[in-house]
Design a protein around this ligand. Sequence first.
Ligand code: ADP
Ligand code: MG
Length: 783
Amino acid sequence: TTSAPPGVASTLARPPAKPSVFIPVNRTPEMQEERLKLPILAEEQVIMEAVAEHPIVIVCGETGSGKTTQVPQFLYEAGYSRWGIIGITEPRRVAAVAMSQRVAKEMNLSQRVVSYQIRYEGNVTEETRIKFMTDGVLLKEIQKDFLLLRYKVVLIDEAHERSVYTDILIGLLSRIVSLRAKRHLPLKLLIMSATLRVEDFTQNQRLFPQPPPVVKVESRQFPVTVHFNKRTPLEDYSGECFRKVCKIHRMLPAGGILVFLTGQAEVHALCRRLRRAFPHTRRRPPGNPAALGPRSGGLSALGVPGCQRASAFPAGEQPDASLPLHVLPLYSLLAPEKQAQVFQPPPEGTRLCVVATNVAETSLTIPGIKYVVDCGKVKKRHYDRVTGVSSFRVSWVSQASADQRAGRAGRTEPGHCYRLYSSAVFSDFEQFPPPEMARRPVEDLILQMKALNIEKVINFPFPTPPSVEALIAAEELLVALGALQAPQKTERSRLSCPITALGRTMATFPVAPRYAKMLALSRQHGCLPYAITIVAAMTVRELFEELDRPAASDEELSRLKDRRARVAQMKRIWAGQGAARKLGDIMVLLGAVGACEYSGCSPQFCEANGLRYKAMMEIRRLRGQLTTAVNTVCPEAGLFVDPKMQPPSESQVTYLRQIVVAGLGDHLARRVQSEDLLDDKWKNAYKTPLLDDPVFIHPSSVLFKELPEFVVYQEIVETTKMYMKGVSAVEVQWIPVLLPSSCQFDKPLEEPPPAYCPEKGRVLCHRASVFYRVGWPLPAVQV
Ligand code: ADP
Ligand code: MG
């Protein structure tokens, strides 16, 4: 996707002031008619005039008003694509794929012309004129071509979500637009938002010295009646959702139901439960029609018992009640073809019920929804600023999100929204969700920015800047990884460390800096293919199926127990013996991927061994992609993609262990020494420099019982205790060599600590004769 389409570069040289050549689009009459219903069509002229007159335009309009699908078409028809690509960024992969397909269909064009590019895949061709992509993809392209010369227009979609990549893109594009103007190769920037809260963009002098015009799209939104619960259910909101859907389905007139839950597992559980309650095949009621359940309770009779029997309603007698329910899940990791189902009309004689996570809030508009059931919660990754401990937490949504969700019910006719919480709880919600930038660690972004030669990140025009402490934490980590030059002692201004050669290499790998460091180090002893696999497996979340879930029945419980035992056994096998064993959970990942590839990577193999098939597929894709990335940085590595690998040799495993330590170095932990044991509950606990309280090895780890003195961990998760996951054992003598910054040396090192040495391609030959202490009580050891 890097070479410019033929003709684009040369025509870019002399663009006319305004595109004036319309490109006809050959839509089908039905499609044209459908489009005309969208509110944004009424604003086409206003938008296009604003775009012609201003380099930057903000378009605000309710979800479903047609921003994503129509604005690219306006631009295409107005001829903008003659001078470059029209690029649209989406925060979610789902949306990039679905929207490119939809727009291609609406325009009657092939996906060779209206295409998408996401992290692992795409269908972009030389003919591509409209390109949907994730925001991360565009950020990578800026690294290769800062002026984005292939593009004539960039649309940043879903800007209200304020994802970090969106924010950073807006900051970068504000500069790119003025640079392009100076070169007389104007670039148009459109920022599209579902809410009117755009002050962070319009009132931000540093970002846009001249506030861009805002075009508002008035949408016909039908009234939605909001029903609050009298009381807020404490725990079982899934059960409450189930009862509410039963109730709606049995009592209320036709119209689709959209349920908001928080996660994939919940979505599936509710789908199963609903399908069981309202099966697709119409069945005659078995006998007694009196057992049909109450019909008169109205909306106040919530939680009616007997809704499990609802399938027994006689067909025809009560049309709505007898309808089977067409239940569909929707979440971001769902396979695209399954996702597409929600846009299809439900089978004749059924009622659509989509059980979704947050993706249905603004990214995707599902047609025909009349009822919304909102649990009021959202699952978000929560980061501890200081320690980097992350956990997924379910928390209340914001008022803005709750209103967005309710709005989904009023797209085609007046609708109803059932909130499973009280109005008192609602009034305590925060008004808007905070931008992601304010919540998460930013080391990956800072590395990307430094690779763009933005040295003083503190001066970057962020729409909402990250906190200074988050910036400092990010720089410190990057310095420790060797990606940035360490600041001189005399230097007073922090946050301006330039990038190193190693950092540049790291920035080209599409993974977080810690993993990028591992890749950058692994060009030795034939370690690359293994390191790539390890990084791919560590990056893809949750390779193993969740088997700790509560079981619904005794039968399920015993099945789960059997599977847990089998998985534990397989893990022990994959962990190997000797040196391999010390690589710990990382070896398990390597072993699992290897075994799976040797078996042909079938869904059956994954199922039998407790592996998530989809994660395995993603690992495979990522391995291919990382191999390409390594070959690009270092063509002489000459890697080729072969999913199958021989197991690593004993010495390779030792190198791999050291590579892992070099990447995860700031995640070093030492077992609490017996003399320090004040309390028995800290037996087998570990101390880390970052946390005051000790942490434990997670029971799912293969090192859970081995308890090496030093370990590095991939992450700490907080459940009942603080647990380290992805644990690997560390030899004490490696620490001063590989992690000099975790040590206090009693005399200066004779040589500088071993930085990455690309010529030699190795780091692990350094010997130091020093005493060291690792940031917290530790006896001096001579190595
Ligand atoms: P916005 O970006 O303003 O939220 P969209 O452009 O995404 O709006 O959607 C406009 C309309 O197109 C919506 O009514 C939506 O239902 C419809 N739509 C979007 N994608 C599809 C699809 N794949 N199939 C059918 N209708 C779709
Ligand atoms: Mg949209």
